[in-house]
Design a protein around this ligand. Structure first.
Ligand code: UDX
Length: 433
């Protein structure tokens, strides 16, 4: 059975290439024909480790193809993965217009039984709407099923997350759809968890919101650490030793950004509230996260007092390492604040500079640098915003020599305070002395 994947963003591209890697025949489709052309040559429009190789390998095998003919791809396939965007609207709810549009297109091309699989993150009960739209727009009464198979991939490790998942959630309401999806993921055996559709939809939002909650929790604890002699890294280590808590997602810092957590926690809050459920716990986590930028800029002020005309090196722009994605990156909020204060910013990131130039074009106040040393030259302070591995091994002695004032404000606890101070830096980090 042929699989069509609609949408070639992060989720769609990785899903298409990953399903082909599992041995299926996959046709990826998107209405953006330029994007399709580029992808067909084996180059992803985004930076994601391992993705170009995965694309090239499966394109060469001939089991993976891409087309801008969305209608044709739907007609050809028995299973359709919907991977279009569900961005946040002004109210914080997910904007479902792309999912609705695709559902109509599927209905108009329903030439035989198909399983329509929601892969994008969608509010619980979306499948009811998809069913309604397809039923309204299809010709005749061609049968179909809707299923939910949420994606849990992380940017930066999306390929390995897809190829080696912890769990595969499959929400279905018919045996026929269940059998098809279980067959697609056959190699993962009991890692496939079958539920009803509402449950599968909710697992995705509930997982992401829980992880966001965990991050805000450790950030709240880090505020407390800063008022005491406690060290948040050690608190997190000690907490993480309890298997009920676990050590992951306990890094205090600048809070969560990216295309998922900020939007998912708001969307789930709205979903709950629309249904009359008190979601204050999530609202509070979001509020803690929102405050992280101000807390960080205050630290910069504590180090420099007046920010006007200060030359500040900014290392790291991406919302996390190993990606060029700057959506909801703390760097944007911090840069905006420092521009307002009148600082001169010298920015460097290994991958995200081009994307950032679209938000802040180069100017006398915003200078893009070729490496960390150029950024640090004559700087009054150096800020670490994204924990790229290459910053960990930076020649800090050299950095100190070329800075005007040896001051580091580290938003990601990348360095060991003792050794940085031994080099002669004034060092500020998060939740520790
Ligand atoms: C997330 C989920 O992890 C993934 O399962 C889901 O499908 C999509 O959303 P992603 O947004 O790519 O993935 O990145 P992730 O690694 O989860 O980090 C999200 C944000 O949280 C980043 O801004 C990161 O810096 C921050 N973070 C993460 C912390 O501040 N502390 C931590 O301990 C972990």
């Amino acid at each position: 059975m042929k699989i069509a994947v609609i949408g070639t963003g992060y989720v769609g591209l990785v899903t298409a290439a990953g399903l082909a890697e599992f041995g299926h025949t996959v046709i990826g489709t998107d209405k953006d024909s330029e994007k399709i052309e580029q992808i067909s040559r084996g180059t992803a429009p985004i930076y994601e480790p391992g993705l170009d190789e995965l694309l090239k390998r499966n394109l060469a095998k001939g089991t993976l193809t891409f087309t801008a003919d969305v209608d044709g791809a739907i007609r050809d396939a028995g299973v359709i993965f919907v991977c279009v965007g569900t961005p946040q609207d002004e109210s914080g709810r997910a904007d479902m217009s792309q999912v609705e549009g695709v559902s109509r297109t599927i209905a108009q091309n329903l030439n035989g039984y198909k399983v329509i699989v929601e892969k994008s993150t969608v509010p619980v009960k979306t499948s009811d709407w998809i069913k309604r739209i397809i039923t309204l727009y299809r010709k005749g009464d061609t049968p179909f099923d809707v299923a939910s198979n949420p994606e849990f991939l992380r940017e930066g490790s999306a390929v390995s997350d897809f190829l080696e998942p912890d769990r595969i959630i499959v929400g279905v309401e018919s045996d026929r759809a269940r059998d098809i999806l279980v067959r697609i993921y056959k190699k993962f055996g009991d890692r496939v968890v079958v539920t009803n559709i509402d449950t599968a939809e909710l697992i995705k939002h509930a997982s992401n919101s829980f992880l966001a909650l965990k991050i805000s929790y450790i950030n709240m604890i880090s505020d407390l650490c800063e008022k005491t002699a406690a060290d948040v890294e050690q608190v997190a280590f000690g907490m993480g030793r309890d298997p009920r808590i676990g050590k992951e997602f306990l890094s205090a810092g600048l809070g969560y950004g990216g295309s998922c957590f900020p939007k998912d926690i708001k969307a789930l809050t709205k979903i709950g509230e629309d249904m009359g459920v008190n979601m204050d716990l999530l609202k509070e986590a979001d509020r803690v996260n929102h405050k992280r930028t101000a807390v960080f800029v205050d630290k910069v002020k504590r180090a420099l007092w007046i920010l006007k005309d200060k030359r500040i090196a900014v290392l790291g722009l991406a919302f996390k390492p190993e990606t060029d994605d700057i959506r909801e990156a703390s760097s944007i909020k911090i840069i905006r604040e420092l521009i307002k204060e009148g600082s001169v910013l010298r920015l460097y990131d290994p991958k995200a500079m081009d994307n950032m130039k679209e938000v802040f074009p180069g100017s006398p106040q915003v200078v893009y640098c070729e490496d960390p040393f150029q950024a640090a030259l004559d700087a009054n302070a150096l800020l670490v915003i994204t924990e790229w591995a290459e910053f960990r091994t930076l020649d800090l002695a050299r950095i100190k020599d070329i800075m005007a004032n040896p001051i580091i404000v580290d938003g990601r606890n990348m360095f060991e305070p003792g050794s940085v101070r031994k080099l002669g830096f004034e060092y500020y980090s998060v939740g520790r002395k």
